[in-house]
Write a protein that binds this ligand. Structure first.
Ligand SMILES: NC(=O)C1=CN([C@@H]2O[C@H](COP(=O)(O)OP(=O)(O)OC[C@H]3O[C@@H](n4cnc5c(N)ncnc54)[C@H](OP(=O)(O)O)[C@@H]3O)[C@@H](O)[C@H]2O)C=CC1
Ligand SMILES: CC(C)CCC[C@@H](C)[C@H]1CC=C2C3=C(CC[C@@]21C)[C@@]1(C)CC[C@H](O)C(C)(C)[C@@H]1CC3
Length: 438
């Protein structure tokens, strides 16, 4: 079976969405030498980028590639009250996670042939959070003041991610070998700290990775958006159409993720990647504070948007969502039960593993139709911010590179898993993400 640069069959190799390159089985010495400086650089660069974006979004020129307007001192970043607020938020989400769930789903089979169980109550957590926030606002909570607290909150989240990853690293030292992720166990402490050693770290039934991936960060993101909308209403009398669109689109995305929560159990993050700094920081800090960038930008840089253009943008978002949801649901339904009438008529390729690959429907258009839909939505989230600045397009640029990297990693895993059948799939469906282009 051919082996590629991202092949991580050997224990301790590869993994992660980070820009640290994945390992090859040939133990490339030069790459090994770059592992720890690469991981260390990213641990500085990612938080620095996040703070840069937070600072630049509120500055007059809002230049993505320009210097930040000022360098915040410790008195701006460090606030015990904000740390307390952040922990209250984490505690609230953890409490909602522990509430009785409408369903308990089983994850993918693990190395030791067991399956973990996961509560499916994310949407319930979103609705309860909305109710609680609504009650608090009607009792006088100044939610519109939240945008002024983003810097110290982001600092608290970053600090939490560092300390939490350290605890996860220590926990993995006593975990059985079967609990370790295929990547993140190279023996290089910095690299392993970054990628994460344990696949599904848990205390009793509390699954840290699953919790962090879907709750505090995603729900925090839409709460920050809402606070930005409220502050805009306070400043300008009413929220702008552009702000409504950004809030609506991103709420749809987050609501959809929590409504289809079970589908996250088959994503690479849950089934393959360890839980280390990259995901902890990504989930807790990067998602809420950088994914809300468009709304942050709009608060400080109001953009005129007419109804015709708004309709076109809504249409783009609807097309993206239709592809994203259609592709993800089709694969999830097929993987759960290939004889389900909704997917039973689709053409498939058999593989030596006994699993089949879809070769018609969405998965016959390109090899990652869900990424295509996600990218189209990302474009629709930036367009309400106009075309005068590059800053609101940061998400689209970052997300494109993340998904291209992720796609290459998934190709390697599928090639390893399915061998000749994967080659046949690539022959039948030659484009990866964008038909006739890539
Ligand atoms: N907003 C954000 O920041 C991010 C969003 N995402 C989104 O998360 C979602 C999940 O993405 P991700 O986990 O990367 O990967 P996918 O959901 O695309 O899963 C890839 C897996 O699907 C299976 N598969 C591939 N081709 C076929 C086929 N033809 N037929 C049947 N099964 C197939 C393979 O696994 P197997 O055969 O083992 O089932 C493969 O490993 C995507 O919609 C993505 O856009 C991802 C990253 C970040
Ligand atoms: C900080 C680094 C540069 C990168 C960190 C990557 C993470 C932020 C993302 C990795 C995979 C993700 C997914 C979602 C959010 C972003 C992260 C955590 C997701 C929960 C968004 C909502 C979608 O509907 C989804 C399919 C459930 C996503 C799953 C992957």
């Amino acid at each position: 079976m051919p082996r590629g640069p991202g092949d991580d069959r050997a224990p301790g190799r590869g993994g992660g969405d980070g820009l640290v390159s994945e390992g090859s089985c040939g133990a490339d010495a030069r790459r090994d030498r770059l592992r720890s400086p690469g991981a260390a650089a990213l641990m500085l660069l990612l938080p620095a980028t996040m703070f840069h974006l937070l600072l630049v979004a509120r500055s007059g020129p809002a230049r993505l590639l320009g210097p930040p307007p000022y360098l915040p001192g410790p008195e701006v970043l460090w606030s015990p009250q904000m740390l307390l607020l952040w922990f209250t938020w984490l505690g609230l989400q953890a409490a909602l996670y522990l509430l009785p769930a409408r369903k308990v789903a089983e994850g993918q089979e693990l190395k030791d042939k067991s399956r973990l169980r996961y509560p499916i109550n994310g949407f319930q957590a979103l609705v309860l959070t909305a109710l609680l926030v609504g009650l608090a606002v009607s009792a006088g909570l100044p939610l519109g003041a939240l945008p002024e607290m983003l810097l110290p909150l982001a600092f608290a989240a970053t600090l939490t991610a560092f300390i939490f990853s350290l605890l996860l690293y220590l926990k993995a030292l006593v975990a059985p070998a079967s609990a370790l992720a295929p990547g993140g166990n190279s023996g290089n402490p910095i690299y392993d700290f970054f990628l994460g050693r344990e696949l599904n770290p848990r205390i009793w039934s509390f699954d840290f990775k699953y919790f962090c991936e879907l709750r505090p960060g995603l729900i925090g993101w839409v709460l920050i958006n809402l606070a930005l909308l409220m502050q805009e209403a306070e400043l300008r009398g009413s929220p702008s159409l552009a702000m409504w669109l950004v809030n609506g689109f991103q709420l749809l995305y987050v609501g959809d993720a929590l409504w289809h929560e079970e589908a996250v159990l088959t994503t690479m993050d849950i089934t393959h990647d360890g839980f280390g700094f990259m995901l902890a920081f990504g989930d807790l800090a990067w998602v809420p504070f950088t994914y809300s960038l468009q709304a942050q930008f709009l608060l400080h840089h109001p953009q005129p948007l007419g109804l015709p253009m708004a309709s076109v943008i809504c249409l783009i978002n609807a097309v993206g969502y239709y592809i994203f949801r259609g592709a993800n649901s089709q694969k999830h339904t097929f993987r759960k039960n290939p004889s389900d009438p909704r997917v039973a008529g689709l053409e498939t390729i058999p593989t030596a593993t006994g699993r089949q690959l879809l070769v018609s429907g969405w998965w016959g258009v390109v090899r990652h139709p869900n990424y295509l839909g996600d990218l189209i939505m990302a474009l629709a989230w930036s367009l309400p911010c106009g075309v005068s600045h590059l800053l609101p397009y940061f998400y689209l640029l970052y997300f494109t590179s993340l998904l291209v990297h992720r796609e290459a990693r998934d190709e390697q895993q599928c090639l390893r898993k399915y061998g000749l059948a994967w080659h046949e799939y690539c022959r039948r469906v030659p484009y990866r993400i964008l038909p006739y282009v890539y």
